[in-house]
Every structure is written in structure tokens, then in C-alpha cells.
Design a protein around this ligand. Structure first.
Ligand code: PLP
Length: 414
């Protein structure tokens, strides 16, 4: 076996993984709370949560115990049968809104595939043929499988795999007039994010949410809120839809749902469930007893209104800290132009005087890692911060200080 080419900073070079992930990856070993350690013993404050997943932090004995207890009982049954953890979680999820059933899957993209299929099925069984168009928005991200990719307009993600699904149209995000001009009876459904997690952290306006609700009612469309990144407390609300008054028919969830284990959910109303026939859709692994037992436990924390209030308050604290960073960097070769996002999903928009934006963003993320804080990127030029939701104010301040030093080190290279 080839030994890995590991350096002192905990980076593996040319790993036996596809090059889509890059040729240098940090090798993490363990975590506790909001901190992570790599295989060389370097410590990091986690401002990324494994891309908005690890809501309750690392090293949780409670979660490990639930998963291992369930693994000793039964790990897998398939969807030819069901289990008590699956039923318990589904019951909790449907009680969170006007839903009648939950389709479980294993990833965000699958949750969205399911939602898109249900939208088409609903249109066809309710209105007949000719109403199959799907609407998505500029800078949206809904996943990497071919259906979800078809409603993800970013050219770089799509181009090698085209042609994708026909019948998809793209409208500018938050543009009410363009939306009203585009939507008509040809459409089966609309898929939309309340905060564009991968596309730059733009937040949906209340007017846009209102227009979406109205168009759904007018044309009997299926309105899908992709809350894969924003759902389950991340924005300081159970669902970000609540923050802007969006009233979706379907909500899709994944990332934090099962405490880091792969599980997704597509929450559907009676109007869709009543049209489904045996065999219309399915999955082998989705909603197994281990992932749902963990998710059911996690749900009791992330669905608690006191928890949401805390996230909102910490989110405002983070926003204020980011604002002060922005003011410090309001001119010069490296400039921070805007703070974006909601709750504990926030971003700092970066502008540079010259050079390649992508290269500078890479340098910022790398400098942050060297200072001991892991941050993410969103869109072309936004530093994304999505810490575990259990982070304290003190830890937020510590992360911001590390980010400040990282920005200073990158600016000094300009
Ligand atoms: N939808 C949104 C809003 C996302 O942010 C993501 C992932 O980043 C996905 C869908 C796809 O999720 P997954 O990577 O689990 O397939």
C-alpha cells in the first residue's frame, strides 16, 4: 500500500481521492465541542461545521450512545418494513408544519430530487401533461445529482455534464417583477433557498416570499423550500422560511438532521401524499433506524424555541463582530464590502484591487487555517461562517480574532 504524503501541517498531498476535492486536504482526527485536531495535533476552531452539518459540536457522548445502542439492536431493514425510530422522527417532522408524510433519503441532493419528482408527479396527476417546467433562481445550489444539478444554474458545476434535464428555467433571485413575468401554467414547481448557502448568502426578501406564495396559489404549483443548509435552527428559526414568511408545500432537509450521519428528509403535504401510489419512488437506505434514532434525539434540541432565540442572539453578536471587521477593511487592496446572511450562517463579501479572486479566496481560507480557524467560502467572493450552533460568544470572538490576523497576513502579500 502506498503511504500517504503527509506534511507537518497535517496536509495530505495527492490523496487517493478524486481530484474534484483538490490535491491537498487537511487530515482531521478528532473534535470536542467547537474545536478540531488534525493528525499532527494542530488545533482549530471550527467556523464551518463540516459545511453547516455539525450543529451540536464534536465528541458528543450522548449521540454516540444512541447510535451504538441502536446499532446493537438493528441497523437496516429497507423500506419494505419500518422501525420505531423512523416512525418517531417522521411524526415529529410532520408536526412541524402542514405536512402529512416524510420521504427519507441520505443527502441533500436526494431530498431535492425527491421534491422535484413529487412536483412533476403532482402536476401530471392533477393537471395532466404539459405542466412540467421547473423554476430555479440565479446563484441557487440544490445538489450534484443530475436532477438537482439541472436546477443549479452555476455554469462551472453543470458544463461537463450537459445536456441536463429539459424544462428548467432560471429567474433572477429576489426580482419580483421577473418572477411574475416568468411563472405561468406551464410550471410544475419552484425550488428556492431562503438564504443562498453556496451562492453568496443572499437572503430572500419578504416581498419575494409573498410573491412566491401567491404564484403557487394562482397556478397550483408545488413550492419547494430547499432548507438543506438553512433548516433546523441554523438561521435562528426552525426553518428559515418562517423568517421571511415563505409558505412552502415541501421542505427539504439534510445536513444537520442526524448529527453528522447521512440522512435527508422531504416533508410533503396531504395534497401530494394523496396522489402517490405504491412504487412511485423509493430508496434502500433512506431513513434507517440508526440515523433516525440520532435525528430524533437531535430534533428535541434544534426544534426548541429557546434554542432558536439563543442562535438568533449569537447570530446578531457574530454579525456585529463581522461588521467591525468590515469597517476595519473598508478601503485598500483587500476590501470587505458587505456582511450577509442570517443567524449563524453569515458571510463577509471580499473585494480585491487586482489579481484572481479565486486565488485570493484560497489564500484567505489557507491563512485562516494557519491561524487556527476553519472557514468556508460561498459563491466567488464570500467568506462563509457557519459554526456549530452550540458555539459561545467567547468562541465567536476568538474565531473573529484569528480571522482578523489571517486577513492581515493576506493583505500584507498584496
Ligand atoms: N441544497 C443546499 C441548499 C445545499 O447547501 C446543499 C449542499 O451544500 C445541497 C442541497 C446538497 O446537499 P448534499 O451535498 O448533501 O447532496
Amino acid at each position: 500500500m502506498k503511504t500517504w504524503n503527509l506534511d507537518r501541517e497535517g496536509i495530505v498531498h495527492e490523496p487517493p481521492l478524486p481530484r474534484q476535492y483538490g490535491t491537498e486536504l487537511l487530515v482531521l482526527k478528532e473534535g470536542k465541542g467547537v474545536y478540531l485536531w488534525d493528525v499532527q495535533g494542530n488545533k482549530y476552531l471550527d467556523f464551518g461545521s463540516g459545511i453547516a452539518v455539525n450543529a451540536l459540536g464534536y465528541g458528543r457522548e450522548d449521540i454516540a450512545r444512541i447510535a451504538s445502542d441502536q446499532m446493537r439492536r438493528i441497523v437496516h431493514t429497507s423500506n419494505l418494513y419500518t422501525t420505531e425510530p423512523t416512525l418517531t422522527l417522521a411524526s415529529k417532522l410532520i408536526a412541524s408544519g402542514p405536512f402529512q408524510a416524510v420521504h427519507f433519503g441520505n443527502s441533500g441532493t436526494e431530498a431535492n430530487e425527491t421534491a422535484l419528482k413529487y412536483a412533476r408527479l403532482y402536476a401530471r396527476r392533477k393537471r395532466g401533461e404539459g405542466h412540467h417546467a421547473l423554476l430555479t433562481f440565479s446563484h441557487a445550489f440544490h445538489g450534484r445529482t443530475l436532477g438537482a444539478l439541472s436546477v443549479t444554474p452555476t455554469e462551472a458545476y453543470r458544463e461537463p455534464f450537459e445536456p441536463l434535464l429539459p424544462g428548467v428555467e432560471v429567474c433572477p433571485y429576489n426580482d419580483v417583477e421577473a418572477l411574475k413575468k416568468t411563472v405561468n401554467d406551464r410550471f410544475a414547481g419552484i425550488i428556492v433557498e431562503v438564504v443562498q448557502g453556496e451562492g453568496g448568502l443572499e437572503v430572500m426578501s419578504r416581498e419575494f416570499a409573498q410573491a412566491l406564495n401567491e404564484l403557487r396559489d394562482t397556478f397550483d404549483l408545488v413550492l419547494i423550500a430547499d432548507e438543506v443548509q438553512t433548516g433546523l435552527g441554523r438561521t435562528g428559526y426552525l426553518y428559515a422560511s418562517e423568517a421571511v414568511g415563505l409558505l412552502p408545500d415541501i421542505i427539504t432537509l439534510a445536513k444537520p438532521l442526524a448529527g453528522g450521519l447521512p440522512l435527508s428528509a422531504t416533508l410533503i403535504p396531504e395534497k401530494i401524499n394523496s396522489l402517490l401510489k405504491v412504487g412511485d419512488h423509493g430508496t434502500t437506505f433512506g431513513g434507517g433506524p440508526v440515523t433516525t434514532a440520532v435525528a430524533s434525539y437531535l430534533w428535541d434540541t434544534v426544534s426548541n424555541p429557546d434554542f432558536h432565540k439563543e442562535v438568533r442572539e449569537k447570530g446578531e453578536f457574530l454579525e456585529a463582530e463581522l461588521e467591525s471587521l468590515r469597517k476595519e477593511w473598508s478601503s485598500g487592496a483587500l476590501l470587505l464590502s458587505r456582511v450577509r446572511g442570517l443567524g449563524l450562517l453569515r458571510g463577509l463579501e471580499v473585494e480585491v484591487e487586482k489579481g484572481d479572486m479565486g486565488e485570493w479566496m484560497k489564500k484567505i481560507l489557507q491563512a485562516a487555517r494557519k491561524e487556527g480557524v476553519l472557514v468556508l467560502r460561498s459563491g466567488k467572493n464570500v467568506i462563509r461562517i457557519a459554526p456549530p450552533l452550540v458555539i459561545s460568544r467567547e468562541e465567536i470572538r476568538e474565531g473573529i480574532e484569528k480571522l482578523r490576523r489571517a486577513l492581515q497576513s493576506v493583505a500584507s502579500q498584496m
